[in-house]
Design a protein around this ligand. Structure first.
Ligand SMILES: Nc1ncnc2c1ncn2[C@@H]1O[C@H](COP(=O)(O)OP(=O)(O)O)[C@@H](O)[C@H]1O
Ligand SMILES: [Mg+2]
Length: 289
């Protein structure tokens, strides 16, 4: 059985781990950098190729497509859809690489998300900024690893950031602060279950709990109710494999975001689980079915 992993030029820890584990499970494993692929329409047929290798000749594809390649990645997956198995829907690339669209889709599926506002210029945010409860969270639509998340304790401090967003022509994304003691939950969904989960505890004087900004991951036995939420979130986004961030807030567990290319280095060390192995074993089973 043949697996192809589609990823960025520079392989990160996760891609390297996935290749290593996949080699133990699949008969052959290839890694293709997305910018090295071509998409062809010839004789009325569509192909995705790497040099002369036709990607539809693989049994399974594991997309690890970064945001910057999401449009090309979408085309690639659209062409391969129905020919090769892969664990996300092509459209998931757009939804999950945009934090606001993610929340919108979750809400449409009756899942709990923070109150959220999106606008394109400061002048139309005045009402919201007058009425919202502080602190608020301001985010770049496309941040990751905690970068691009700001907490504003007053309208005045929110405006300073909003002015900056406007200057850089970035959408203004304002989110209700979900009260928490400096921690959140990362649930890693594979298929219809959470295969590993941890609490992430923010470092002192920091509200972001991401491990990339100093948060500490500790193994967490996730209650079934929260695990179900994580699985529902993954399902709503059309992803069979994804990382879901959840905060247990005053109104109950609230989904903050889903991660299409979730990292798992911190999760593996916190839980001592071989996440990479579970991913590739899942893919193999899924193809067999
Ligand atoms: N609405 C919120 N209320 C409280 N804390 C939040 C909220 N949104 C994000 N955070 C904190 O900031 C961290 C990073 O936010 P997140 O939206 O997951 O962005 P990233 O993609 O950078 O991980 C979260 O893990 C959480 O600790
Ligand atoms: Mg996050």
């Amino acid at each position: 059985m043949k697996l192809a992993i589609l990823g960025p030029l520079k392989r990160r820890h996760e891609e390297i781990r996935l290749i290593g584990e996949a080699k133990k499970v699949f008969d052959s494993v290839s890694y293709f950098c997305i910018p090295n692929l071509t998409v062809e329409i010839t004789d009325g047929e569509c192909f995705v190729k790497h040099k002369n290798i036709d990607l539809s000749s693989f049994d399974c594809i594991l997309p690890r497509i970064p945001r910057s390649y999401r449009t090309f990645g979408f085309t690639v997956l659209k062409i391969l859809e129905g020919k090769v198995f892969f664990p996300i829907k092509p459209i998931s690339l757009f939804y999950s690489h945009n934090k606001f669209s993610t929340l919108l889709l979750l809400k449409e599926n009756n899942l709990p998300v923070p109150e959220t506002y999106l606008a394109l210029k400061r002048s139309v945010t005045e009402n919201v900024l007058d009425e919202i409860v502080y602190p608020v969270v301001l985010k770049l639509l496309y941040g990751s690893m905690g970068r691009g998340v700001i907490f504003a304790d007053s309208k005045q401090s929110a405006i300073t950031f909003i002015d900056t967003l406007e200057l850089f022509k970035q959408p203004i994304f304002v989110e209700e602060y979900v009260k928490n003691p400096g921690e959140d939950i990362r649930a890693y969904v594979i298929g219809d279950r959470v295969i590993a989960s941890m609490k992430r505890i923010a470092k002192k004087n920091e509200r972001r709990s991401n491990i990339g900004v100093g948060g500490k991951g500790i193994k967490y036995d996730i209650p079934q109710k929260i695990a179900d939420l994580a699985c529902d979130a993954a399902g709503a986004l059309g992803m069979e494999i994804c990382g879901v961030d959840i905060i247990e807030g005053p109104k109950g567990p609230t989904i903050i975001e889903t991660n299409i290319n979730a990292q798992f280095q911190g999760l593996e060390s916190a839980t001592k689980r071989n996440v990479a192995r579970q991913i590739v074993e899942y893919l193999k089973e899924r193809v067999k079915k």
